[in-house]
Design a protein around this ligand. Sequence first.
Ligand code: ADP
Ligand code: MG
Length: 460
Amino acid sequence: MEKNSIKSKQSFISEEEQTLEWNDVLNSFKKNFGTEIYSSWLKDITLFKEFNDYLILTVPTRFIRDWIVSRYLDKILEQIKTFKLTLNRIEFKISEEKSSSYKVDDFNKVAEIKDSILNYNRLNPNLNFDNFIEGTSNEIALNSSKKICQQLSRYNPLYIYGGVGLGKTHLLNAIGLELQEKTNVMFISAERFMYHFIKSIKKNDMVNFKDFFRKSSVFIIDDIQFIRGKEGLQEEFFHTFNSLIDKSSQIIISADRPPMKLDRVQERIKSRLAGGLIVDIDTPDFALKNKIIKKRLNNIENEFKEKCNISDEVINFIANESKTNIRELVGVLNRVIAFSRIHKKELSIPECKNILKDVFNQAKVITVDKIQNKVSNYYNITLTEMLSQRRSRPLARPRQIAMYLSKKMTTRSLPEIGRRFANRDHTTVIHAVKTITRLSEKDEEMKKNINHIKALLLEE
Ligand code: ADP
Ligand code: MG
């Protein structure tokens, strides 16, 4: 079994890819943060490694990292997301600490880097109970979380589920902060749990691995859906889970769906997960969104000792329009604040609409299917031709454009996109993205066509 797990490590790990032009990102930092912040803190950030859903960035010193993380992280993430929709996490590596060689072609070395990131205390002091705003969509989850802190093992495990950006990680983190004073807390995402797991197998060090995780009194694991389809990992998780329960450690779990909906997870694990209290977080209603905006504005005003010029009308507009989740809401708000600061004025609704056009449009679901249809229509070819293996230019170009747009306008990963194009390899998709990017830079006609198709897609 262990051998298998090593062999299939590739499928455990977020897909590595290269689609970001880092200079573009830096330029947008300069534009959106202003030259002062940019040149003091952000200009030396470099892109170290890019994955489908996260980035590893390098900063010169620990101090700069802490400064950036405490003040600008959300906004940085938001900015980079405009270039890379699939992004949901950023990690920082400190370059002054680098030992002689950090060449990344060797899995061992990469693993070491990841581990050093891992050791960094992951609890974020800002994600606490005080900052978590209660609403009808999350009150049960919030109250159960607080109760756990007062009385451990009352519900075991506590299982919190809900869609992305609704506050699961925030709640788990708040529980961790609350309890870490009193007891031995382990807070880890299922993905990181896996990194440890693979590393231990490689180093033949499973004893330490088991020890490390099983000694915690409170074990908090985020995004458990990550274990789907990963047999070796599930096996290990199951044993960890059991031995923690045996010694009455409290377990807290988050996921994007209820236990029984976790497909490709062993039945026995599902039933363990469902054995305690299950609570969900729903999408926020208007009142909650409104409260969150006001609280954040308040915090910013206190921190910067400067009034935010955001009218109630604009607050209501944002609360109304932002429909997906709280992470988006916060990103949208940050953007509006940044604009009103740069232009030193209170924004009107039309100005807001303009600034947020792309965000709210993106919330419309654009799928690979829709893109394939639009593009084949546009170029007068049939869908079958688009998906066929034929490589003549009149078919290949539209196909590449459709792949390119799928990468830019949906959150699908490169391999997923490849699969939707008659099971092509992800390298074919990378090639398409690069080709079309290059062509649209030098070929006005191409650029115009692509913008036109984009507009058609967004219009619907
Ligand atoms: P999830 O883990 O469910 O994807 P997160 O916990 O990362 O979502 O939340 C996304 C963002 O929204 C974070 O910045 C978080 O602090 C914020 N957030 C979510 N729910 C609330 C809330 N009830 N009050 C204040 N901030 C919230
Ligand atoms: Mg989360």
